[in-house]
Design a protein around this ligand. Structure first.
Ligand SMILES: [Zn+2]
Length: 167
């Protein structure tokens, strides 16, 4: 048996997605054990890490864990947090790009700008920002892991960032 086969897919140790402490794999299992957060199981079939206690899922991209959402509130909350962070850094977001795999999950929750002029094109919005979905996964594999991206521009808006006047 080679050494790599003794460890789960993410190797002999990982950073705990909750506390970022480096935690070891239990040899010959798919489990990592955090002294504070308990067991995480790596699924070799879909490359997901599952926190057994909470059922939360993560995927990893360039050393960072990205929580995988199963409820629209989860990803909406994460986007809201990111918008807050951006605002405190002196930027404002101009667009939200959400990973295509969440399209079904979030679509019914997006704001539709039903125009009184009967405009044919209604751009879905979230927190007042136009929403797009990511391109196909084979072209940009990180979109299979990350949840969303924000397009931004410098400058603090005059008003609270999420209340922008629509066209
Ligand atoms: Zn932990």
């Amino acid at each position: 048996m080679t050494l790599s086969l003794q460890y789960p897919i993410y190797g002999p140790e990982i950073q705990c997605p909750h506390c970022r402490q480096v935690i070891p794999a239990l040899t010959l299992t798919d489990t990592y054990l955090c002294p504070r957060h308990g067991a995480f199981e790596a699924n070799p079939h879909n490359n997901e890490l599952v926190h057994l206690q909470s059922g939360r899922h993560w995927r990893r991209w360039e050393g960072e864990w990205y929580r995988q959402h199963t409820h629209p509130d989860g990803i909406r909350f994460e986007i809201h947090e990111a918008l807050d962070r951006l605002y405190t850094q002196g930027y404002r977001a101009t667009k939200v790009i959400i990973a295509n795999r969440y399209k079904d999950l979030v679509s019914t929750y997006l704001e539709r700008n039903t125009s009184w002029r009967g405009n044919s094109k209604s751009v879905p919005r979230l927190y007042g920002l136009p929403v797009e979905f990511s391109p196909d996964i084979p072209k940009e594999p990180h979109w299979d892991v990350i949840n969303f991206d924000l397009e931004k521009e410098p400058g603090v808006p005059k008003r609270y960032p999420y209340f922008r006047l629509f066209e």
